[in-house]
Design a protein around this ligand. Structure first.
Ligand SMILES: *[C@@H]1O[C@H](CO)[C@@H](O)[C@H](O)[C@H]1NC(C)=O
Length: 289
């Protein structure tokens, strides 16, 4: 996309202040796809993209603060996780920049419109704020995850029920991201609860976190799929692999008023979903009982 063209594409969004938004994972089965105003189908929805920082547990857990959980996907609509294969979602700062908004007419390769030519994106050496993806380049992008709980009500899920089952290093960067699925067992009839998680790059903005709810289901489990074990909090263990939490790990919850499972250590940096907190890339094969 040429510079002029992408600037023009961006103009309407600058007016609405949406360039200050952050990022969500967009896919069927997400809560609050249409936004958080009853009866309104908002193609420019940015409700689920908000970062979570210094909030009470009811406010940060699954985005209680935005009321996203009050807007479930339609009955029977799930994020489908094919066991031993993979699934694709779109990471973007607004529904309007995904295939789920405006009929997919405002897409770029990245998590939102960019204001430099594609081959210059991420070359400035500074934190990218447009789109607001909290990284300098793809290499410094810290990583994102999906977690699963074998319960159907996101409010009933406890941290130990919600196990990180897939990790993608060097995201958020491109819009389309593919996550690998281990041999997860099947979900209850009303589906499982899944959550997308992100801890952004520590030099690019406040040390906050993202936690976004989905209704999900697993297809194609193998007959010998085993239950997912109760998850334990991850710990800082970069350069000390034997100090990492082994097996099923919880999502990272930090810098909230309550309910933290990781104590933020500014000397070690933000608790990333990568080697820093003992998360290997790809499907997490060691999470089963
Ligand atoms: C979102 O809006 C569309 C179009 O109005 C509607 O068909 C769909 O049911 C809405 N989704 C939910 C969960 O309300």
């Amino acid at each position: 996309m040429s510079k002029i063209y992408s600037l023009i594409a961006l103009l309407p969004f600058i007016q609405f202040g949406l360039v200050n938004a952050h990022v969500a994972a967009w896919a069927k089965g997400m809560y609050c796809l249409n936004g958080t105003r009853p009866g309104i189908d908002d193609q420019d929805n940015s409700a689920p993209v908000q970062p979570l920082f210094e909030l009470s547990k009811n406010d940060w857990w699954m985005q209680g603060i935005t009321k996203c959980m009050d807007f479930p996907p339609p009955q029977g609509t799930f994020l489908t996780l094919p066991a031993n294969r993979d699934f694709k979602v779109e990471l973007a700062t607004n529904r309007g920049f995904t295939t789920l908004g405006w009929g997919g007419t405002r897409l770029t390769k990245f998590a939102g419109p960019i204001n430099v030519p594609e081959d210059q994106f991420g070359k400035s050496g500074k934190c990218i704020t447009d789109p607001n993806i909290h990284t300098i380049n793809e290499e410094t992008a810290a990583g994102t995850v999906f977690a699963i709980a074998y319960k159907s009500d996101p409010r009933a899920v406890q941290p130990e029920d919600l196990t990180v089952f897939t990790v993608k290093y060097h995201t958020v960067w491109y819009r389309e991201v593919t996550y690998d699925v281990p041999d997860l067992p099947e979900c209850p009839p009303d589906g499982c609860v899944c959550a997308w998680g992100w801890v952004p790059t520590d030099t690019c903005g406040e040390p906050n976190m993202y936690m976004q709810p989905f209704k999900c289901t697993v297809t194609g489990s193998s007959p010998n799929a085993r239950p997912v074990a109760p998850a334990k909090p991850p710990v800082y263990c970069e350069g000390n692999p034997s100090g990492c939490t082994a097996g099923a790990k919880q999502m990272v919850f930090y810098n909230q008023l309550e309910g933290n499972n990781v104590q933020y250590d500014s000397a070690k940096g933000n608790p990333y979903y990568n080697e820093r907190m003992g998360f290997k890339e790809g499907r997490q094969a060691d999470i089963f009982t």
